[in-house]
Design a protein around this ligand. Structure first.
Ligand code: SAM
Length: 475
């Protein structure tokens, strides 16, 4: 499946981005790669971006999103962002919640601006639970309205990371926008994982952290906490057999006199190490944080979207992106003889004509190369996005190698494999292209970076020629 291109705002150290792209292992379970690739990411914090850049192939830029030149963002299909949430959060009572009137609260407008101008197919926005009640409940509907006015059908749900295999109770509002209703109806928020796949704090505590004396609170701090414990509900000792309470960016300054989660080893209190915090957030152990100070690590980790929560949110996109197959029998009824018949124009390749790129097995391509075949039978499941009446050129895509030669589709029709293989069923209908070699376009097979799946609908020769001109010696 071709990968969708994603632009990521407020990317932080990359929790959300990691979950989106997938391809990592956490507590012995593989979280497979998803059909997304990040093509643009930005955050204005030079420390979390340092962590991001050490862990992702794609490098993010350090910039205030308000200073982005929207036209500079390369082409993308999805915008993601956990817009800064401090001003919406119920833990930010002092100063009181300002919500969308506060400058930081306004940052979600930057997402809206980009959506309005660039109209990607999807967006995913994430925020704290407090967003739902911020500004006496006025901020959230206002935000949804802004997203809708930008041209999106928006669905939202409050999800708890603990329900998806993260050892932490962390509730987040997830908003997903679809430009096209047809995509929306195919998406469903993820189901909770089974009970035996849930994780608890005890699964991620590291024995070696018990040896780190600086993680333990002093006797004085403990005595201070004990004095006010009952009254203030302080000293939140976490149970090992449950998911941890929400950890925050405040982790670096965890004190016993706060509501921050802490942990007990024997009769001593300690805070989590940065690696334990990363594990509580479901970062895999090979995600590196050590290029910045401990304090910066805690901050970036505490701010992150748990990768496994995001992985579960995007997994159902497989259903959204699946391209249903053409009903070839119906096409036969509509076009009993032929779908198109084309003639080659002597004045050269026409750049405005559509080109269809199709996978061809290695043995079949040899027959194309030696001229012993000029008919291409599509597979049974030809995608429904094909613009039948626009079929004009054809380029066989050699598995693992890419494209090279250009053919004209002289005739496209519905036929049956029975024509050439009498042993096959007469009703085994396929699209059939009777093709004619035009020219070798690339000097060797070339692996194009083009969503092949889309070429069934909307790839013109102009795009292929420009890829060829940028990458190959002209022939
Ligand atoms: C909630 S965190 C996002 C965490 C990230 N999604 C993750 O999963 O790791 C919000 C991020 O917004 C960034 N930020 C705040 N104001 C910004 C601005 N004006 N421009 C760019 N980034 C900003 C912060 O540095 C922080 O990393």
């Amino acid at each position: 499946m071709a990968k969708l291109k994603v632009a990521s705002l407020f990317c932080g150290c990359g929790g959300m981005d990691l979950g989106l792209v997938g391809g990592f292992t956490y507590l012995g379970k593989d979280y497979k790669e998803n059909p997304f690739e990040i093509v643009y990411s930005v955050d204005n914090d030079p420390y979390c971006t340092k962590i991001y850049n050490a862990n992702f192939q794609h490098k993010c830029i350090v910039k205030d999103v308000r200073e982005i030149n929207i036209a500079d963002i390369p082409e993308f299909d999805m915008l993601i962002g956990g817009f800064p949430c401090q001003s919406f959060s119920i833990s930010a009572q002092n100063p009181p919640r300002l919500g969308y009137k506060d400058e930081r609260g306004m940052l979600f407008f930057e997402m809206v601006k980009i959506l309005r101008e660039r109209q990607p197919r999807f967006f995913i926005a994430e925020n704290v639970k407090g967003l739902l009640s911020a500004n006496n409940g006025k901020a959230f509907p206002m935000i949804l309205n802004e997203f809708r006015a930008a041209g999106y059908k928006v669905i939202h749900k409050l999800l708890n990371a603990a329900d998806f295999g993260v050892p932490q109770k962390r509730e987040r509002v997830i908003m997903i926008g679809f430009r096209d209703e047809k995509d929306l109806v195919k998406y469903h928020f993820p189901m909770h994982v089974r009970q035996n796949e849930r994780k608890v704090l005890g699964d991620v505590i590291l024995e070696e952290a018990n040896q780190e004396e600086n993680l333990f609170f002093s006797d004085r701090a403990v005595a201070g906490m004990m004095a006010v414990r009952e009254k203030m509900n302080k000293g939140r000792v976490m149970r090992l057999d449950e998911p941890c309470n929400t950890i925050s960016a405040h982790l670096a300054k965890v004190s016993l006199n706060s509501t921050d989660p802490v942990f007990m080893v024997g009769d001593r209190y300690r805070r989590f190490s940065a690696r334990e915090a990363a594990r509580i957030q479901s970062f895999p152990d090979n995600f590196a944080f050590e290029m910045v100070s401990q304090g910066r690590q805690y901050k970036a980790i505490g701010n992150a979207v748990p990768p496994i929560l995001m992985w579960n949110i995007v997994k159902p996109f497989q259903d959204v992106l699946k391209v249903p197959a053409l009903n070839i029998k119906e096409i036969k009824d509509e076009f009993p003889d032929e779908i198109v018949s084309n003639k080659f124009h002597e004045d050269g390749v026409e750049s405005d004509k559509n080109v269809l790129i199709s996978y061809v097995k290695n043995d079949t391509i040899e027959m194309f190369l030696d001229g012993s075949i000029n008919v291409y039978y599509t597979g049974k499941k030809f995608p429904s996005t094909v613009a039948l009446n626009k079929l004009y050129y054809f380029m066989p895509y050699k598995k693992g190698k890419g494209i090279r030669d250009l053919y004209l589709i002289k005739i496209a029709r519905v036929g049956s494999k029975h024509e050439v293989h009498p042993e096959c069923d007469e009703n085994d209908f396929r699209l059939v292209f009777e093709v004619e070699f035009v020219k070798q376009l690339f000097d060797d097979f070339y692996m194009i970076d083009l969503p092949i799946w889309h070429t069934f609908k909307d790839t013109t020769m102009k795009e292929i020629l420009s890829i060829r001109n940028q990458n190959q010696n002209l022939i």
